[in-house]
Design a protein around this ligand. Structure first.
Ligand code: FES
Ligand code: FES
Length: 164
């Protein structure tokens, strides 16, 4: 099958490649760009382990083709930390509040939480639970994930107020 040329920005860097039209975005990210943070946890679009941020929306990268992301701006878990390597407040809160056990769901969960807090900086617990309902975790029972996102929301709001 003839390959198609795609151009996108991934974690702030311009990327150009030739891809087969059938290549899923998750495979392109993991295999062509070596961004193995987004995981593949199912083949039914259920688990959310593959979640990335695409043009300001959380998407399951197993559910779209790389060619559909042509021209897009994508952030994966690898692009969430600050450029100097310090953890983003959400990553720090997951660490502090034990929001992970095996860690398999964590890249998708944090990337989803990142978008959730961009769209709604002060979510209620119910809004957090609804917001992460497309991301499954088989280990934690979600309680500490919710706590971590609440703590990150407070931290980010305090930092924003201090900067104003
Ligand atoms: Fe499970 Fe994408 S790998 S939703
Ligand atoms: Fe194991 Fe969420 S920490 S699946």
């Amino acid at each position: 099958m003839s390959k198609q040329h795609v151009k996108m920005t991934v974690n702030g860097k311009p990327v150009e490649a030739l891809v087969e039209p059938r290549t899923l975005l998750i495979h392109f990210l993991r295999e062509d760009l070596s961004l193995t943070g987004p995981h593949i946890g199912c083949d039914t679009t259920h688990c959310g382990a593959c979640t990335v941020d695409l043009d300001g929306k959380s998407v399951k990268s197993c559910t779209m083709f790389a060619v559909q992301a042509d021209g897009a701006e994508i952030t994966t878990i690898e692009g969430i930390a600050h450029p100097d390597g310090t953890l983003h407040a959400i990553q720090e809160a997951f660490r502090q509040y034990h929001g992970l056990q095996c860690g398999f769901c964590t890249p998708g969960m944090i990337t989803r939480a990142y978008r959730l807090l961009q769209d709604n900086p002060n979510p209620t617990e119910a809004e957090i639970r609804h917001g992460i309902s497309g991301n499954l975790c088989r280990c934690t029972g979600y309680q500490n994930i919710v706590r971590a996102i609440q703590a990150a929301a407070q931290e980010l709001s305090a930092a924003k107020e201090a900067a104003e």
